[in-house]
Write a protein that binds this ligand. Structure first.
Ligand SMILES: *Cc1c(COP(=O)(O)O)cnc(C)c1O
Length: 426
């Protein structure tokens, strides 16, 4: 353990963040191994061990690299992927393919072939077009595909429109109208190499309330009962997606996994008992909930500008390329001056990125102590959808990712170089 952690410094998983900034440079993504493991363990204790015949898979699009694949696999979780690139990363990390669930509303022919030939555990079929193509590919490869259908439950989730996915008007999933699902179930039953095991929904992301999940589950249970009554089809798996929300600011309430899973499991047990249905395997797919709060981003403060009577801008050495969420959907973050952690926060500033976009603002009206150029800013809860959504806009090299664990630190993704930026140019 680190003996001489800096006074007044922000300590994250036993590491002095000001030292990390000095050692590895800024901007820097820092993720806590201990915090990720704690989340996985909470899922194990309060969901997997508590209920029989359950599984948890990590939605890898939240934050994905080889090390993360290994960590998640060690913790006993599966991995969900939505593209050939994510599948490739999992393959290279040695994730067992039976632990993989492949999602996506427009999987390409090559991606479907890659999934089938590598025997991924489940393919979640999003639409009729995909069902036909998958059928053809399984025939060509002489392989069987275990599938779920993604349903559109028609539920409006209480979150930003860009991360709401279960409403009627959605690009995702098979609508509940016009017996469409019944037709697809019948169709898939006649496909020799397609093995339909059940259904999936994902209602949205950053949900701090369990209403949307419970409402979608109601729709799903009704479907399961209808299929059994009308077609004799027995659903052996239900995948309830992810979307469990985390704390970004003081306004967000901390939610444990039980808050979401207990009522859903209760509903499933009650319903199956009442209508004499066999209880299906239940799968959850948290992404943000596992990794969001386990990550922070460190920046160096550069230029500062006070517009008297208007606002003080504090500019940092990153911005929308490493965290597009504020400009994409007005996401809110909290942050601290890492080298003045204990000082009174009696000033108000706006944190700007360095890109040529007026919308490149990371945080509006942040309370801070007196800031100076050279200070280190630590933005909280950036573990999910920051690195994975990052770009090279303005040809900014992507930050390194450092994993910390109880006072130790190591680079798990190296910083991009200028040469990386032109590596594909011919
Ligand atoms: C994005 C996604 C998830 C995870 O969402 P989070 O909000 O990060 O938990 C789970 N399942 C599917 C199908 C997704 O697209």
């Amino acid at each position: 353990m680190n003996q001489n952690l800096g006074q007044n410094h922000f300590i994250f998983d036993g590491c002095d963040t000001v030292e990390l900034a000095g050692q590895y440079g800024t901007p820097l993504y820092v993720v806590s191994e201990a915090m990720i493991k704690n989340k996985c363990r909470e899922i194990k204790e309060d969901f997997l061990s508590k209920y029989n015949n359950t599984r948890a898979v990590y939605a890898s699009k939240a934050f994905l690299n080889l090390e993360m694949c290994k960590l998640i696999t060690c913790e006993g979780l599966g991995l969900d992927v939505v593209s050939g690139g994510e599948l490739y990363t999992a393959l290279k990390a040695g994730v067992p393919m039976e632990n993989i669930i492949f999602h996506g509303n427009n999987k390409s022919q090559d991606e479907l072939k890659m999934a089938v030939s590598n025997d991924v555990g489940r393919i979640v079929v999003d639409n009729g077009y995909e069902l036909d193509r998958l059928n053809q590919i399984t025939e060509e490869h002489n392989k069987t595909a275990d599938i779920l259908f993604r349903i559109t439950p028609g539920i409006d989730a209480d979150t930003h429109k860009f991360i709401s996915t279960g409403q009627v008007d959605s690009k995702f999933g098979i609508p509940m109208h016009n017996n469409m699902l019944y037709d697809y179930v019948v169709k898939s039953q006649n496909m020799k190499r397609i093995n339909l095991r059940g259904f999936h929904f994902h209602v949205g992301s950053q949900l701090l309330n369990n209403d949307a999940h419970l409402n979608a589950l109601e729709v799903l249970l009704l479907l399961i009962r209808g299929l059994k009554d009308k077609l004799g089809f027995v659903t052996s798996e239900v995948n309830l997606g992810g979307g469990f929300g985390i704390c970004y600011t003081e306004e967000d309430e901390q939610r444990n996994i039980r808050y979401f899973t207990d009522p859903m499991m209760g509903k499933i047990f009650d319903y199956c008992q009442r209508y004499v249905l066999s209880i299906p395997q239940v799968i959850i797919e948290p992404g943000r909930w596992i990794v969001g709060e386990a990550g922070i981003t460190l920046y160096s403060v550069g230029a500062m500008k006070e517009i008297p009577g208007v606002r003080t801008y504090v500019s940092v050495d990153g911005g929308m390329p490493d965290n597009p969420r504020p400009s994409l959907y007005n996401a809110k973050y909290k942050a601290v001056i890492a080298n003045k952690y204990d000082k009174k926060r009696d000033k108000t500033v706006t944190v700007a990125g360095k890109c040529c976009e007026s919308g490149d603002i990371l945080i509006e009206d942040l309370k801070v102590p007196a800031v100076e150029s050279g200070d280190i800013l630590a933005v909280m809860s950036t573990g999910a959808y920051n690195d994975s959504m990052s770009s090279n806009y303005n040809k900014l090299p992507k930050p390194a990712v450092v994993m910390v664990n109880k006072g130790e630190s190591r680079v798990i993704v190296r910083r991009e170089t200028y040469d990386d930026l032109i590596a594909r140019d011919i």
